[in-house]
Each structure stands twice: as C-alpha cells, then as structure tokens.
Design a protein around this ligand. Sequence first.
Ligand code: PBG
Length: 359
Amino acid sequence: MPVSRRPVSLGAERAKRDTSEKTGSKEKLTAGFPATRMRRNRRTGWSRRLVAENSLSCDDLIWPIFLCDGENVRMPIESMPGVERLSVDLAVAAAKEAVELNIPAMALFPHTDPGLRDETGSQAFNRDNLVCRAMRAIKAEVPELGIICDVALDPYTSHGHDGLLTGETIDNDRTLDALVRQSLVQVEAGADIIAPSDMMDGRVGAIRAALEEAGRKDTQIMSYAAKYASAFYGPFRDATGSAAALKGDKRTYQMDPANSDEALREVELDIAEGADMIMVKPGMPYLDIVARVKRSFAMPTFVYQVSGEYAMLMAAARNGWLDGDKIMFESLIAFKRAGADGILTYFAPRAARLLAQER
Ligand code: PBG
C-alpha cells in the first residue's frame, strides 16, 4: 500500500484525542500534547540557536545614504534621527566604514540644490552631478563596496515627480528615454547596480537594451518592481528635498496598497525585461508581498525598510516606548522570514555593529 503523505490536520488530531480521552485509550500520548511540547526546543539558548529557521547577517544589509553638496558637511534630517546627509568626502568615509562593518553595498540618494531642479530633471544627465561625483570618489577609494544607484527623476525635477510631465500626465514613454540616459551616466560614474525606482512601464527593458548596446553587459539591475504609492516615504522626501517640490501624488505610477496580484505581474514583467534582482517597497506593511514574490519567482528578492518605517521605530525608541535595538532586530528578521535575501535599511550600520559584537 502506498504510504500516505497527507499532512496531519490539527483539527483531525484534536478530534481523535477528544474521543480517545473519552474511551481512555493511550493513543493520546502520540497525538499532540504531552508527547509534543513545543517549549522543549525553546528552553535553552543553544537549542533556540539550533532550531532557528532564519538568521540575519551583515551579508543581508544594504545601507542607503543621502548626499549633499560641500565639504565636511553633515546635515541632520529631522524626521530621521541618526541619519544625516553627507558631503562627498564624508560619504567616502561612510563607504570605508561600510566595508569595515562587512556591509556589502550602499545605495546613494542625492539632495539636490533646489535651484538645480527643473521641469525635465536635466541634472540627472549631468556627468558631474552630486551622485556621480560621490560614486567616482567612492569607487576610487573603496572599489570593493557595491554601489547601487537609483534611477528616477524625482531628485531633479521641479515638480518632484519621477517622470516627465506632458500637460498634467506623467508621460511614460518620453520618460523612458530620460531614464536610459540617466542610467548610462550613472554606470559610467561607477554604479554597479542600477535600481530603477520610477515605476514606468517598460523601463527595465529599455535600460537593459541600452546597457547591452553600450557594452555594459555586466551591470546588474535591481528593479523596484513592486513599489507602492506609500505615505511611508515622507521622511525620505524631506531628506532629498522632494517633499517641498512634489505636486500631487504618485498614484498614477506607483502601486495601490490594496493590491497584491498586481505585484506579481509587475515582478514577472521586470524579470522578463532583464532585472537581476527585484525589490518590494515599503517593507513591514508589505511582508505578504515579499513572501508571495519570493515564493512565486525564487529570484534574489530585496525589501526596502523605508524612511517612514525607520522614523516610526526611532520615534518610539526615543520616547522610551520601544526597545530600539530589539525592535530593530525583530523588524529585520521578519524580512528574512518573509523570504527577503537582503534589506535596504537605514539601520544597516547600527545592526552591523551589533552583529559584530555578538560574535
Ligand atoms: C525615488 C525613491 C523614493 C524612495 C526611494 N527612491 C521616494 C518616492 O518614490 O517618492 C523612498 C525610500 C524611503 O522612503 O526610504 N523614486
């Protein structure tokens, strides 16, 4: 007779136990409690370590930093306690620190002088813009650190949108050309991973084709594949200066938080178009999306614990309402449990420092 591999249903086991209790049968010893006591494996520290299903290491961390003009400048960001915009020289120092902390990669975001923003985001194509200068400087001194560079026009547009406006509409196809140009400029400045965060249709394919044509066949693309129109980006927009610029909202290109099947379609398309890695964003309120995406595609899957999540946890910790270190690690392991291979998080250096101390 073939062995049945049907999973044991808890309900059925309970029903069996109920009747066996009535009949006085010994069967109950093999069906659940007390034969099974879940707490046995949790009793000691060493045992908890042995049975842990997931773990967090420095290898999982990507450190996003903000850039500003000047030299030896640190500009605090009020809504992100502990995070500062850094001038290029200090960004290089942070890159060295990342390597010392065994963090594999950094993601760079510029705060653009408001005077340099314009309707078409022309700074995006300037080879000497802030993010390009920072990448060159970091690559010159810390070549072993992976550099991820966002592709989207919002740091550079006067209206704060990720794409180009035709009338009142974000013009998808016109924006694609701009994103391709931006990508090539950034790759030339040293970006290892191009990370389109703009949510235009077809941008991964357009960028991939342009990279091939330019002989940049090894440049990786990490697409912000399932990126939601989220209020959790508020502090980031303060940090990059986009909050003041932004007119309206991004709901015609970023996803509706009500949707989940749609995320799978977005991811599927980006993979087909040539993405090497995909990302879900924000993180904690979207763990279901991370889990579905990882399970459906088995791709290198990343999650962005965004600025608003960081702000929330920091605010509570600073008020003494939550334990900062504990809540940080709990939030990070939750991403691993959901299936993320890596996490973009402003906690990266703090987590890496504590992880190093643990050993
Ligand atoms: C730019 C971009 C945003 C974030 C990453 N890239 C903001 C936005 O789309 O408005 C958010 C990151 C964060 O909140 O930490 N397109």
